[in-house]
Design a protein around this ligand. Sequence first.
Ligand code: NDP
Length: 279
Amino acid sequence: MNRFAGKVALVTGSSNGIGRATGILFAQEGAKVTITGRNTKRLEETRQTILKAGIPESHVLAIPADLATEEGQDKLINETVKRFGHLNILVNNAGTAFSDAEGRIGLDQPVSDFDKVMRINLRSVVTLTQKAKDHLIKAKGEVVNVSSIAGGQQAMTGAMYYAMTKSALDQFTRSTAIGLIDHGVRVNSVSPGVVVTGIGEAIGMPEGSFEKMAEFLESRKECIPCGKAAQPIDIANVIAFLADRKLSSYIIGQSIVADGGSSLIMGMNTVDMNSILTS
Ligand code: NDP
């Protein structure tokens, strides 16, 4: 399938996880892609995977950049447009969390962690989208943000600051969608549940712990009803759907939940009330 032929996509956080799968998928489906991250070794692995899939070198631009800096963001936009001539699709995927070395959570977690996670998960999305705006308007393009079910209605005491960034991102998606649709640009987002990526190690979990956690959650129907944690490609497919105007043209400012059913379960519905009432 060549559904993105002639399109240029910038995918942040494509040196690993969901962003890597998305960059590869876009390239396989005909787009010219800018891939980026701070880790040059992992970024090169993404580039090599794309080239091994038979994509010409001229279709992929790898730019190491720290999204927490405006210089890094300027570089991404300017070099993409210089190399490929325009920008059709912006995927604001890069994101992380910061856990406290002393295990403090909720209001007890130092506010410096709040500042750090807001800077990357939210502020960088705002400023990168601002910098991309005129190019996207010119191309009548698409923005896809990567949020999380953590930003939903339920409390997230264990990762409160992270969850706050994603709730705010959902509002950013809705509000910018209405602002930009007047100019022909669509903005949407995806809210994944548990996805097996590098995020565990990125937030300081020992190697293998995130996978162990995912296996446990898979085994509990009240945690992941479909019985399977997602792989990055499962989310990349949703991102590609939202970036594909032929398939999703009437979806504006929505966050599509892709979580195997996790966010539909309420704690009080997980107990066998019948046996409690009859015992
Ligand atoms: P990974 O850790 O595998 O990938 C994160 C990507 O973000 C990496 O490419 C990393 O690049 C990049 N990144 C992080 N900080 C910066 C920075 N300061 N500057 C530039 N790039 C940065 O995680 P995921 O693939 O899981 O995460 C992708 C998105 O999905 C995030 O927004 C996350 O919140 C969201 N998500 C993930 C879920 C999951 O269960 N995995 C669930 C719900 C949402 P590098 O390290 O090279 O800088």
